[in-house]
Design a protein around this ligand. Structure first.
Ligand code: NAP
Length: 465
């Protein structure tokens, strides 16, 4: 009997419920064949980084979840929240119930700077701060010492911009967002006055985009300071901008130049943009960091034409008590799934999982989408074509009969396994109830929502009915 008919629907498990997982589900459900999708997430709540990563003051971006809700409303789609891949359900289990497994787990850890002092108290990956202020249950009990007046953020990406805004916004600005309640309370008491932003390359090589750097200059009581030495362009960057191939970089530099000209207008919090500098050491002791030693860099052109930083012999020390490295996310290996450590991704060929990144063989039935496929790059929408590419490979394999051969391809069988293991899974309808409760709790405070941040509280609220 051919796969994809009413009698034998194509059954696919998607691990992870962020944008890439939902775009993969959407593409499969659009096909002219019978498909059943079961989406798993280790949290009771769906949407991945849209809920746990997108900054709370970027509410509009979060409305993309309406598209995911539409996918979830398809009767052939089921959500199993609060189910951890690898422990509650393993790869071998899934192979009994599904023809294919799609990994959509994102990049769950961070890159390091690899400098002395990086593990001292007061030094954190930006990803932890982001997860904390977004009410991620794993991070809700973290504490950041916001009594410090000087803070550094390393990196010039959009995540760095998010972290800076959350540190620099007034309680009134933050009070209009869905930031976690405990983070709002902590930030209300914040003593942060200076935020050094440390970029290893120059203004023309910034990874942030135009709206994000512009937004930094539009806050109530914070302003951007760009020292004249830092905005000065070296000849290589000047030539790059004049070539006109990178309009985003041209506009970024223009906005930074405007900040440099504007100077200090007396707002309380100063965001000091430093370019062509790299942290080389964090100074301090077991009580915390006290300073960051930075080296001045210069740019040089590599063989492939890109401009890379190279350290000079000029050093400087900035007194700080807190530092967030925002130098990129990184994928984590999953039990029973190949991993390419160098890139922090699952080895794959256009989304088909391979045993090795180079010269490997296809792992039949396994596919990958999103950041765990291509690395942590791009905006939410980038994931759509990326997921479509992987799912087209899956569909090709359906036609070629090259998938798993499950012994119990039914939802009832999966649910009976989960129940036998006492896994309290959360359905999409239950998530919608949590969602309603969060919105209601928020309304009372004039906020878009007040998030649950403990899994036990979510389950208790659901079980109370
Ligand atoms: P990113 O855009 O890749 O930026 C990483 C930054 O870290 C770059 O400035 C990079 O500099 C720097 N860096 C890397 N290694 C470093 C090191 N050892 N020392 C010093 N600096 C180092 O990553 P991201 O900010 O984590 O964002 C991830 C993705 O999510 C991006 O595509 C981003 O646009 C997207 N995102 C979008 C939004 C939005 O649309 N509003 C918000 C958040 C995130 P080099 O350029 O020199 O490598």
């Amino acid at each position: 009997m051919p796969l994809g008919t009413q009698d034998q629907p194509l059954r696919v498990a998607i691990i992870g419920s962020g944008p890439s997982g939902f775009y993969a589900a959407e593409h499969l459900l659009k096909q002219d064949m019978a498909v059943e999708i079961d989406m798993y997430d280790r949290l009771p709540t769906p949407y991945g980084l849209v809920r746990g990563g997108v900054a709370p003051d970027h509410q509009k971006i979060k409305s993309v979840t309406k598209v995911y809700d539409k996918t979830a409303s398809n009767p052939n789609f089921h959500f199993y929240g609060n189910v951890e891949f690898g422990s509650d359900i393993t790869h071998d289990d899934l192979a009994k119930y599904y023809h294919a497994i799609v990994y959509a787990v994102g990049a769950q850890t961070d890159r390091k700077m690899d400098i002395p002092g990086e593990d001292l108290p007061g030094s954190y990956p930006a990803t932890e701060f982001v997860a904390w202020y977004n009410a991620h249950p794993d991070y809700r009990d973290f504490q950041f010492d916001l009594t410090q007046e000087s803070v550094a953020v390393v990196g010039l990406g959009n995540v760095a911009m998010d972290v800076i805004r959350i540190l620099a916004r007034t309680p009134a600005e933050l009070g209009k967002t869905d930031i976690a309640d405990y983070a709002l309370d902590a930030l209300k008491e914040s003593k942060v006055k200076t935020i050094y932003v440390l970029g290893r390359r120059g203004p023309a090589q910034s990874a942030f985009t135009n709206p994000e750097i512009k937004e930094l200059g539009e806050m109530e009581d914070a302003e951007v300071i760009v020292p004249p030495d830092d905005i000065a362009l070296d000849p290589l960057s000047q030539a790059y901008l004049e070539s006109g191939i990178d309009k985003v970089a041209v506009k970024n530099v223009q906005i930074l130049q405007e900040y440099a000209e504007r100077g200090d207008t007396g707002k309380k919090i100063k965001i000091v943009m430093r370019f062509l500098v790299s942290p080389v050491e964090l100074l301090g002791d077991e009580n915390g960091i006290t300073a960051v030693k930075i080296v001045k860099n210069e740019l040089y052109k590599t063989d492939d034409g890109s401009l890379r930083p190279r350290a000079t012999d000029q050093y400087e020390t900035l007194p700080i008590g807190l530092i967030f490295r925002s130098v990129g996310y990184r994928g984590k290996p999953l039990p029973g799934v190949p991993f390419y450590d160098r890139w922090g991704t699952i080895p794959n060929d256009k989304g088909r999982v391979m045993t090795e990144q180079k010269d490997g063989e296809q792992v039949v039935g396994d596919y990958v989408v999103g950041w765990i496929k291509r690395g942590p790059s791009g905006i939410i929408g980038t994931n759509k074509p990326d997921s479509v590419e992987s799912m087209n490979m899956l569909l090709e394999d359906v036609r070629a009969g090259k998938l798993l051969n499950p012994s119990a391809p039914t939802r009832a069988a999966v649910e009976s396994l989960l129940k036998s293991r006492k896994v309290r899974y959360v359905t999409f309808d239950e998530w919608k109830r949590l969602d309603e409760m969060e919105v209601q709790r928020g309304e009372a405070l004039g906020r878009p929502r007040l998030k649950f941040s403990r899994i036990a509280d979510m389950l208790r609220a659901l079980d109370k009915g």
